[in-house]
Design a protein around this ligand. Sequence first.
Ligand SMILES: Cc1ncc(COP(=O)(O)O)c(C=O)c1O
Length: 368
Amino acid sequence: MLPAAVIDQIKADLPEWHWQGVGQGASIMEVSHRGKAFEALINDAEQDLRDLLAIPANYSVLFMQGGAWGQFACVPMNLLRADEYAGYVVSGGWSKSASEEAAKFGEVAVLGLSEEDRYHWAPKLSTDIIEKYNKSHSRPDKLGETLWSYFYVCSNETVYGNELHTLPRDLPAPLVVDASSHFLSRAMDVSSCGLIYAGAQKNVGPAGVTIVIVRDDLLDRAPKAIPAVWHYAHMAKHKSLFNTPPVFSIYATALTLKWIKAQGGLDEMERRAVARSSMLYDAIDASKLFKAPVVKADRSRMNVVFDSPNEEIDKAFVTFCEARGLMSLKGHRVRGGMRASLYNAMPIEGVEALVAAMREFETIQSKL
Ligand SMILES: Cc1ncc(COP(=O)(O)O)c(C=O)c1O
């Protein structure tokens, strides 16, 4: 869901894009990415992102393509060195896919896994866990020492609805974070991470652009023989304008960044996320029909996953909601159940309407 104000601005700019009040003589879908106005826009978007997340000067901001799946491969291509391990925490389907993709490029160690519990909690990475792994997997060729290229977490598992409310710190190698589905819903300590990436299409814009924030000392780790568009240092050198970027997606993202700033920034986004999600979790916890399976400490503020006693009731509830204009509540196909995605632009009234529908449905069910 994008903010209504952003969609209104896009509508106005579709016939002719105006940059800082000056008509560009063409739609935003037609302008050149080499034009001065677009160059100014992408620089402005980067600055807004830097302001919102307080990104330190020694980090580059890249606007890339290929979605988060592209980053599943791009991260190991650039950062995973021969004879070293990448340590993955598998807290859901996305981090599982990322670990499998990384294994195509080098050695992967799974350092936490909650699959047996249907990802109802998010494993926490700590130096103790890493040391334990080092001891049990020491490699003679490294004189008993296990060397790590990076550690990887998905900070919000969109399908299973768990979220890391704090990121691991002080690890012996850089932390890589897939923040796609809760990006800009709260402040993040960028300086505690080596690399953060997020596909835009959840909280910041339409699909097509992936934001990568990478510490500059990691840029040159990549071997030479990787494709230019996947090479972080190459993309940084060209300020994300090496080849044709997804102009429309970056433009819409730039508008959303301005909207977030105007609303009060990430503290305000977090306040709203807490208000929306706690209203819904409270209603689920008070219900006799619905259950939220994720442990309280790890519950996602963006993707609220819940179940009824069986698939038939799930289906009836989703249909009941659709008739009331409450859309997209069906859980992801790999998990089933229900999922309410409460991204930044979702007004609290959307949650109030869902809670009212749940109560009404439960009353009807109790009389059957
Ligand atoms: C956390 C997370 N990572 C990765 C992906 C995959 O993103 P994409 O489809 O942009 O490759 C998704 C998609 O929903 C996601 O939510």
